[in-house]
Structure formats: C-alpha cells, structure tokens
Design a protein around this ligand. Structure first.
Ligand code: AMP
Ligand code: MN
Ligand code: MN
Ligand code: MN
Length: 293
C-alpha cells in the first residue's frame, strides 16, 4: 500500500541491456527506486527479454516498485519509422513470442546489411563489433554507433548517427519492420495496450502528425505519449490536445537509456489535467513496503 499522500510516479518507457540501454534490468529497477519511481515499464526494442531479471531483482531485493511488462515495437508507416509501446503484455503469449522472433530476424538481417554498407565504406568488422557490444541483446543502430565511436570514426554517438546511420547516410538501411496495425493487433492479442511512442520525435509536420494519429486511432491504438523529460515548451499541451481530439489515453515516459545529464527516470513527467491517463483503469499497484530500519 502506498501510505504517503504523494501521487504515484509513473515512468512507462525505459530500456535495458536487453536492447540498447546501458543498465542491466537489475540495475535499472534499483535506479528506479533511487529516483522514487513507483510504477516502471521496461520497454526494450522488440524484445521482452529483460523483464524476468527485473522482476526477480524486485522480489529478491524487496523493492517498492511495480513493474509493467512492456515492449517498444518498431513499425514502418508511410516510409517513417514509428515506435509503438505495448504496456501490460503477457510475455508468455505465443503470438507475441512468434512476432518478436520475426522482428528479431529483421533486426539481424538489417544489421548484416548495415555492416555490408559500412564495409564498402572501408569500415570492417562492424557486425562482429556491434554484436559483441549488444552482448546477446536485441541488435540496434545504437550498438553500431558505439562500435564506430570505439574504433574512432566519431567522437560521439550523435555524431555517428549524423554521419553514418541517419537516413541517406552510408550505413542507413531502409526499415523492413511490421505495420502499425500488426503491432497494435499483436499487443492487443497479448493483453496489452498500444501506445504511440514519442509523437513529437518523428519530424512530421502537423498535417502528417495528425494523419498518423488518425490512422493509429482508426487501427485501434489506445493511447499516446504526452509527457517526456525533454520537450519544447508547448509540445506537451499540444500533444494533450491531440490526445483528446483523437480519443487517445495519455502516457508518460522518460525513454531512459543510460545515466546522462539530460534524461533521468521519472524526471519532469506530469500529464496536463485534461487528459485521461493510460493507467486510469489499471488495478492499483501492489507495492512492497520498505522495511522499517
Ligand atoms: P533501431 O531501432 O535499431 O533503428 O535504433 C533506434 C535507436 O537508436 C533509438 O531508440 C535511439 O536509442 C537510438 N538513436 C536514434 N537516433 C539517434 C541519435 N540521433 N542519437 C543517438 N541515438 C539515436
Ligand atoms: Mn533506443
Ligand atoms: Mn523509440
Ligand atoms: Mn525507447
């Protein structure tokens, strides 16, 4: 039971070493408690592999934290890469497992193609390097970026994206992900809610963003992220207005990948008062009380 009167802090978007996060699932849940998160969703890219370790750690360490089973699914829509977060999925669901197996095969294939392109640009060994850094987790462009920094091709991760991995650059491979509809359906069939991730980050004009939201809602999508750590001053209110307009629930999440000065678990996550939070219909979280010292 939550005995304090403060409202619960929800962070419903985060990453671990199961994909391109830097903290292990255990380290992430420990950090979440340090930062006073009450309800955390781990939403790795196209995998649910971090959740078991996180849940085990919460139980072993008796952490006062509710964990939501999440996943961030990569989709392609009108030639844009759109991310759909699934919240509350049943990780044992056979349809979900098959689907994530196919996404993982697409990731592997794309990684091989990225490496081929880099090799032609005289950067050898990128597949092996990225796989080594991914260390068994879902292989992402983030791992290629770290490899290229490691071998001195750029000084920062952002620099690698800008010069090698962004659309139109040497190592860019057009995405072969599933459709938005397929992502929503598989999330629903495994008992979850489908949330459009970071709508402000796709570099869409207002006209195209509205098109995306209308399509997402028409496909049965449940909600959209409204609050993130870092947003332009009016973005949150604008997104809240869209959530109301398209009949979508509102979610919030840091998209935490690693400790850094700009993004932190739970930071600056508040929803405007005039939206319906995605957790409104959830059962109240059962939090283990911190034992009295
Ligand atoms: P992927 O799903 O393999 O295409 O990788 C996408 C991930 O790369 C995103 O979730 C981010 O974590 C990371 N990413 C994308 N663009 C950038 C960027 N400009 N700088 C740093 N990380 C990025
Ligand atoms: Mn990422
Ligand atoms: Mn994303
Ligand atoms: Mn993310």
């Amino acid at each position: 039971m939550n005995e304090t009167s403060r409202p619960l802090i929800y962070d419903l978007h985060s990453h671990t070493t199961a994909s391109d996060g830097l903290l292990s699932p255990r380290q992430l849940v420990e950090r979440a408690v340090e930062y006073h998160i009450d309800v955390l969703a781990i939403t790795d890219h196209d995998t649910v592999d971090g959740l078991d370790e996180a849940r085990r750690a919460i139980s072993e360490l008796q952490l006062p934290l509710a964990l939501i089973n999440g996943v961030e699914v990569s989709t392609v829509w009108e030639n844009h890469e759109i991310h759909i977060v699934g919240l509350g999925v049943d990780t044992a669901n056979a349809g979900l497992r098959d689907f994530l197996g196919r996404q993982s095969a697409s990731r592997r294939l794309r990684a091989e193609m990225i490496a081929d392109r880099l090799e032609k640009a005289r950067i050898p060994g990128a597949l092996e390097g990225a796989l080594r850094i991914a260390d068994g987790g879902a292989i992402t462009r983030g791992h290629f970026a770290r490899y290229l920094v490691e071998c001195g091709r750029a000084t920062t991760i952002a620099g690698v994206f800008k010069n090698y991995l962004a659309r139109g650059k040497t190592g860019y491979v057009p995405p072969q992900w599933c459709t938005i509809k397929q992502a929503i359906d598989v999330i629903h069939h495994s008992g979850g809610q489908a949330i459009l991730a970071h709508p402000g980050r796709y570099r869409l004009s207002t006209k195209w963003l509205k098109r995306l939201l209308a399509y997402f809602a028409e496909c049965g999508g449940d909600g959209m992220e409204v609050a993130q750590c870092q947003q332009a001053p009016n973005e949150r209110n604008q997104l809240a207005q869209f959530a109301r307009q398209y009949g979508l629930l509102a979610s919030q999440g840091s998209d935490f990948h690693q400790p850094c000065p700009w993004i932190e678990l739970g930071r600056n996550l508040r929803l405007p008062p005039d939206v319906t939070p995605v957790w409104q219909q959830w059962a109240p979280p059962v939090l283990i009380e911190e034992s009295e010292a």
